[in-house]
Design a protein around this ligand. Structure first.
Ligand code: NAD
Length: 316
């Protein structure tokens, strides 16, 4: 995506958003980041601040006026902002409704009022719930999310597809596996590094450690997003993005221990097949649709986690 398009990235100061912004800027676009900096960080985007093609608008998607003003003159929206904390729904039942569903509705209204016609949305494997088909293809159904986060993202998808049809918009919906890499601020890799820095002798793993999930490096995720947008032209385009294998929670623990140069670390488990209420213990996405178009991931799940551990430990 290039030719000096004017692109709005909600959540562009966050982990995935800022990696996407770097790539969009490299390709010569004009980029407006709209972010309330709730989990996003200035240091992830400050290298662009002097560039005349880059604008930061500090604003909240729950402020309708602010997002309407951000949408003026925009050619394409990447809607990345969200509350991505899957665990949180079990203790706060409103957060995903507000930050994901209501925020997406406000954005779609702002787009409609400003005549902005194209949106890409960062969705998640959790919309599938506990899928009985593995790898799970985009066509899998019925979709029965088991977390309030997954439910909110599925609701966002439904709003986006219905706006696309009703108001002649075009949408790309990307259902991600677990994304890891530089600037990640949450998730199992970040948690394990933090825990092992606090106590290099022991690591508590949520669940039984046998949860098996797919992990993809953010550089590959961003590449897949832009590749899919270039290559697909339907009114609604839905793609899984993930790696072709999985790694267990215990396997991730072992990789982090190795990368931190530790030994004799005692792994303990909180027990049960899932890490928390709403955790999907087994996840691997079918990526045949993207592969048929010519994209395939270069890294395995283990390599993605290992690279991430190296990047995070070296201060990236
Ligand atoms: P992140 O928390 O780093 O990024 C979210 C960004 O949105 C932050 O910069 C935050 O400040 C901003 N934001 C949140 N609420 C806002 C609001 N009301 N108004 C304006 N800005 C707001 O999270 P991430 O891991 O980079 O996730 C990015 C997207 O990808 C999310 O939509 C998430 O649901 C999705 N996703 C992430 C993963 C993953 O493994 N990281 C997996 C599946 C889907």
């Amino acid at each position: 995506m290039s030719l000096k398009k004017k692109i709005l990235v909600t959540g562009g100061a966050g982990f995935i958003g800022s990696n996407l912004v770097d790539r969009l800027m490299e390709k010569g676009n004009r980029v407006l980041v709209f972010d309330n900096l709730s989990s996003g960080q200035m240091e992830f985007i400050e290298h662009h601040l002097e560039n005349p093609d880059f604008t930061l608008m500090k604003g909240d998607l729950l402020n309708q006026e602010a997002i309407e003003s951000a949408c003026k003159g925009i050619d394409f929206v990447f809607h990345v902002a969200a509350n991505p904390d899957v665990k949180l729904g079990a203790s706060d039942t409103k957060v995903h409704f507000d930050q994901n569903i209501l925020a997406t509705y406000n954005l779609l209204e702002a787009m409609r009022k400003n005549g902005v016609k194209k949106i890409a949305f960062t969705s998640t494997s959790t919309v599938y719930g506990e899928a009985s088909v593995m790898p799970t293809p985009e066509s899998y159904g019925p979709l029965i999310p088991i977390s309030l986060y997954g439910a909110s993202k599925l609701a966002c998808e439904a709003l986006i597809t219905s706006y696309s049809h009703t108001f002649d918009m075009q949408a790309w919906i990307f259902r991600f596996a677990n994304i890891v890499g530089p600037r990640s601020t949450h998730g199992i890799t970040v948690d394990f590094i933090k825990k092992l820095k606090e106590n290099p002798c022991g690591l508590e793993i949520l669940g039984d450690g046998k949860q098996e999930k797919s992990y993809l490096h953010v550089s590959e995720c961003v590449h897949a997003i832009l590749f899919a947008i270039e290559k697909s032209k339907e009114e609604v385009n839905i793609f899984n993005i993930g790696s072709e294998d999985t790694i267990s929670a215990t396997g991730i623990g072992k990789v982090i221990v190795e990368e931190m140069g530790l030994s004799d670390v005692d792994f303990t488990y909180t027990g049960g097949s899932r890490g928390w209420k709403g955790d999907v213990p087994r996840m691997r996405l079918g990526i045949e649709k993207l592969k048929a178009m010519g994209w395939r991931p270069a890294y395995t799940s283990e390599r993605s986690v290992r690279e991430t551990a190296r990047e995070l430990l070296s201060g990236n």
